[in-house]
Structure formats: structure tokens, C-alpha cells
Design a protein around this ligand. Structure first.
Ligand code: CA
Length: 229
């Protein structure tokens, strides 16, 4: 997962950063609310760890701005020093997904983030997706091109459904791996071989390859209009 840490206590932020990276995630950090909001809207994160008491703009205000003004629904785990019901309710009211009271165990942070991410990934694939003539039906887990069924292995379907959820966006190898394999670590060769099967099958079914390799970054699903131009 790619995680944004917004926390002004530098010791806590450094602990979180080191721990999450040691678990195989990538992290970015901001020490105040304004910078945090800027990062949250200008990059894509899988989850945000958000402290409530922050200089510049507090965590609750940041959360509300992100949800209401930016229409950004990245899962947010709120961190606070106080364990009161009012704080908890305020957090949820402003759009937080989960809540953790300081001091917390680092392992618990990671477990909560992973659970939020999983719930969210399920959501992405729970609606019908359509990109050009390609469609994905989450009820039957089937892919169709111009109303003809396209037979793909389950992992390829998950990879394609994720890319179809945001056509034109570059998905990193890490994001694609965590979608297709969830918690199980596989080597990048496996992702490459699944991508190969996916692209070969799509090329046969669609008459063109809608997936583009973005060198050094990952893959993206390109709209046909963009390919023709
Ligand atoms: Ca703080």
C-alpha cells in the first residue's frame, strides 16, 4: 500500500514511517494539515493516517475538506491522544473510516490500514465498470468486449477490474500486486506473466492492446480514443 502519514509529532511520524516501510509499504509524510491536504489531493494514496491535533489545519477540518471539497474517498485512519466518545463521533462525522487512540501498537496500525484497504478494494470491484467496449460485471466476475465474453484467469480479472476503475491512471506494480494477491507476496515476475496473459487475451478479443506499460512506473488502461490519436 502507498500510505500518507499526517502527524506533527516527528518521533511518532518517524516510527510509523519506518514500521510501515519495513512491512513492505511505501509512505509519504506531512507534519502539518495544509501540507497534508496538498499531498492527499495531488497524489493517490491507498490509506491516510491522520492525527487530529495538527498545526495549520486540524485533522477534522482536513478530513471534511478532503471528503466534501475534493470528493476524495481515500480511507482515513484517525489518530488521537484522547479516548472520548465525542472525539470518536466527531472523527466519523467528518468522514474518517476508523479511529485509533495514542499510544497505539504499530502492528495494530498496520492491521487496521490493511483492513480498510481490503474493504475499499472490494468496493471498487462492486460496481459494474465500462471502458470503451470493455465491461466488467462484479456479480458474475465476467469481462466482456462488445458483448462477447472474454475468458480470463481470476487474477487477470482482478488486475483488469482495478485498472478499469480508473482508466488513464498509472497503477504501480505494487498496487496491482496487492490487488491481485492481497496479502500474499509474489515476485514481480508473476505479475509480469499475468500481465502478459491478460494483454495477449485482450489483444485477441479486442483487436488491440488497451494496456500500456509506463516504463519504471507501472501499467495503465488507455482509452481507445487516446490510442487512435
Ligand atoms: Ca499532534
Amino acid at each position: 500500500m502507498h500510505i500518507l502519514i499526517i502527524e506533527d509529532d516527528l518521533a511518532i511520524a518517524a516510527n510509523l514511517y519506518d514500521f510501515l516501510e519495513s512491512c513492505g509499504h511505501s509512505a509519504d509524510a506531512a507534519a502539518d494539515g495544509v501540507e497534508g491536504l496538498h499531498l492527499a489531493v495531488s497524489q493517490r494514496f491507498d490509506c491516510i493516517l491522520l492525527d487530529i491535533g495538527l498545526p495549520g489545519m486540524n485533522g477534522l477540518a482536513l478530513c471534511r475538506k478532503l471528503r466534501q471539497e475534493s470528493q476524495n474517498d481515500t480511507p482515513i485512519l484517525m489518530l488521537t491522544a484522547r479516548d472520548t466518545l465525542d472525539d470518536k463521533l466527531a472523527g466519523f462525522d467528518h468522514g474518517a473510516d476508523d479511529y485509533l487512540v495514542k499510544p497505539f501498537a504499530l502492528k495494530e496500525v498496520e492491521a487496521r490500514l490493511a483492513a480498510m484497504h481490503k474493504r475499499r478494494s472490494g468496493k471498487v470491484a462492486s460496481r459494474k465498470l465500462e471502458v470503451d467496449d470493455l465491461s466488467f460485471d462484479p456479480k458474475t466476475l465476467s469481462i466482456r468486449f462488445a458483448d462477447k465474453g472474454v475468458k480470463l484467469p481470476p487474477k487477470c480479472i482482478r488486475l483488469l477490474a482495478l485498472m478499469m476503475s480508473e482508466p488513464g491512471r498509472v497503477f504501480s506494480r505494487q498496487e496491482l500486486e496487492s490487488e491481485a494477491w492481497e496479502d500474499v507476496q509474489e515476485t514481480s515476475d508473476t505479475l509480469r506473466s499475468h500481465m502478459h496473459v491478460l494483454r495477449r487475451t485482450l489483444t485477441k478479443a479486442c483487436g488491440y492492446d488497451p494496456i500500456e506499460t509506463i516504463h519504471g512506473l507501472g501499467y495503465c488502461l488507455t482509452l481507445r480514443a487516446q490510442i487512435q490519436n
